[in-house]
Design a protein around this ligand. Sequence first.
Ligand code: LIP
Length: 263
Amino acid sequence: MSIEPMTARLAAAEAVAREAGQAALSWFRAPETITVKAKGRQDFVSQADGAVEALIRERLAARFPEDGFIGEEGGHDLDAKTNAGIWVVDPIDGTANFISSIPVWCVSIAYVVGDEIELGVIYDPNREEVFVARRGRGARCNGQPIRASRARSLAEGTVGIGYSPRTTVAPLLGAIERLLGADGMYQCNGSGALMLAYVAAGRLLGYCEAHINAWDCLAGILLVSEGGGWTSDFLGNGGLLKGNSIVAAAPGVAAALSRIAGY
Ligand code: LIP
């Protein structure tokens, strides 16, 4: 019996995320073997990132040779003539934590066809949590359905706010000031993918960042929307290759957080 292609891709994405996460965990548990380079200001990479991305790229290309691939470390392989879809991968999201032995990082794999995110998998091997979403079929964590928070006010919880030197500090400081003024609270755990997964699971009320890359956020965006949350239009205006701002929120606080983010 032939398996429907998207079903096959979702099963493969989860299996590859788990294998990649365990490979990353082996590096994480041997910090003396990790060498770190700076790609830019507060933008680090280790040989673990490259090795794990190569593993993911190899496994997916072997199963789905017609698909394109965009990875944080290895760049993109896009052939518009043949692509059935594009895998968008961050092998280790939360790199700053990973290289500092802080167990807050994950593997993020998304699959995009045209302007739709079809599949998203985020695997956190530190907590043994696998977040999975397929467009139109809901979101799950370790097989159990997850949903965005039912909060009606930002005063009821915490919002994740990401930052990188790709933007000035003004959007960050403005968002923090407006959020605190609305009796909200913020956190930044260093992994945009995990913070988006936590919005989908109702642990955070929302997440925003003035500029984030597609490989950091596409899986998380699908998790949030399939968990009943709201997200801004990340892929519009070239977000796949240029990155974009992101606002993701529980439905009851989406308008308030969009105003507070200001982008
Ligand atoms: C990180 C993102 C985070 C962002 C950081 C960094 P990385 O990804 O997940 O949202 O604020 O600047 O880009 O570099 O750890 O894969």
